[in-house]
Every structure is written in C-alpha cells, then in structure tokens.
Design a protein around this ligand. Structure first.
Ligand code: SAM
Length: 228
C-alpha cells in the first residue's frame, strides 16, 4: 500500500506540495486508504478525503505502534567517502534500521568535506528508503563533524581490523547504540586515541578487510540478523 509522509499525525492532514505531487503520481482517488508516517516515529492509516488540482487532505483512521524500530536508537557514525558511496550506505543503512547518520571527518578521509546539496540529497535518499522499508522514522543525516567532536551516549563501538571484540557479544540494547566505521584508509593513530578517549570499544568484522562502504553494512547486518 502507498505510504505518505505528513508533517504531523492529526485528524485532518493537509499535504505538502511535495507529497501532493507524489500522491498525484500514484493516481489515488478520494476514499482510497494510505499508510501515513511523520518521520519521527508516529504512523497510522488514513483516508483521502479531498483531492483537487492543487491540494489534497487525509483523514486519520487509526494510529499504529511502529514495530519497525530497534529497542534503542542506533547512530551510524560514518567517515566521509568518495563519489556516491555515502548514498548507498544511507539507503541500505536506513533499511537496516539506523536512526541517525552522523558523518565524520577523520585523518585519512577520502574527501575533506561535503557540500549542502550533497547533504540534502542524502536526506532525500533516507526519506525514500524509510518509505520503502516501512519505517515510521526517517533517519537524520547530520553534517560532518571531526571525530574529536563526536559524543556518544550509551554503548559505542568502532570497527577496526584485527580487534578482539565482537559486536553481538556486547550489545545489550539497554541504552542507545553508536557504531563507528572508518574511511578507506582506515583510522589514523590519532583517530584511535580519540576513539579510546570517547570510551568506544573496538570490534572486528572478521579476518577479511571490507571496503569502507561495506563495513558499516556488515555492522548493521549483524544487528538485523540477530532478529531484534
Ligand atoms: N588498511 C585499513 C585499516 O587497516 O584500517 C583498512 C580500512 S577498511 C578498507 C575501511 C574501514 O572499514 C575500517 O576503518 C574499519 O572501520 C572497517 N573495516 C573493514 N574491514 C574490517 C574488519 N575486518 N574488521 C573491522 N573493521 C573493518
């Protein structure tokens, strides 16, 4: 069934210009039912009650608890990557349940920074992927921070080849979770010192070296495959 993003769930919901365009493309008619979500965790079922050439409105029929979220928010802190690799990570990471993507600047970064237009594009990718995977939460994509400015409440892990720790043996789901994944060149000694000051635990992804865009998905895939 069609999924429509609304500003807030309420009895009557007027659609934004972008959603109205989307609805027109779907060729819905008054009386049709759609799933609605607000992007921050509220979801439900609604009926199209008004549609003309310029506007549309929905009536909320019922609210749903979102079963699609992890028991605690999961932040993926990911080093900046070349080309369009971050789009792939954001798309798949959204399907795999990330609540927030925090972009990171690290010493051996593949690219020094990203522009506003690319950030906007990544946010659009997250919104589309959230709809596809029937999540009520659209993950935020936060502008890059230097690793030294990262704060991580709750449990925090970083992937680093050769580490003794294993993610699933340590995740307790009793507090928020932050997973950190490095750039193609890996973490520099200064980054590793920073991660240790942050209290992050190093973990392995096995004896093979994964590409920088594969490693975050292996971390998230482990969580997804644990069935939580
Ligand atoms: N030569 C680099 C190094 O030794 O760190 C390789 C970096 S790897 C291409 C890119 C990132 O993916 C790493 O910084 C790490 O976060 C993650 N990664 C890749 N393979 C991994 C593995 N087997 N175990 C843990 N992390 C891994």
């Amino acid at each position: 069934r069609h999924r429509v993003k609304v500003a807030t769930l309420s009895e009557r919901m007027e659609l934004s210009a972008a959603e109205f365009k989307h609805l027109a493309v779907m060729r819905l008619n008054v009386g049709d039912r759609v799933d609605v979500f607000d992007g921050s965790g509220e979801a439900g079922e609604a009926e199209l009650i008004h549609l003309d050439t310029f506007s549309a409105a929905l009536r909320l029929l019922s609210r749903q608890d979102s079963a699609a979220e992890y028991p605690q928010p999961v932040t993926l802190a990911i080093a900046l990557l070349k080309g369009d690799k971050l789009s792939d990570v954001v798309r798949a990471g959204t399907e795999l349940g990330v609540s927030t993507f925090q972009l990171l600047r690290t010493r051996y970064a593949d690219v020094p920074d990203i522009g506003d237009s690319k950030l906007t594009r990544l946010r659009r990718v997250a919104e589309e992927a959230a709809k596809q995977s029937q999540r009520a939460v659209v993950p935020g994509v936060l502008a890059p921070l230097p690793l030294s400015a990262l704060s991580a409440a709750g449990q925090c892990f970083y992937a680093h080849p050769g580490s003794p720790g294993k993610l699933l043996e340590q995740v307790t789901w009793t507090s928020a979770l932050t997973l950190i994944s490095g750039p193609e060149g890996g973490f520099a000694p200064e980054d590793l010192a920073q991660l240790s000051r942050l209290g992050a635990t190093p973990i392995t992804l096995g004896p093979r070296i994964l590409r920088a865009e594969t490693a975050p998905l292996a971390l998230l895939g482990a969580l997804a495959a644990s069935g939580v």
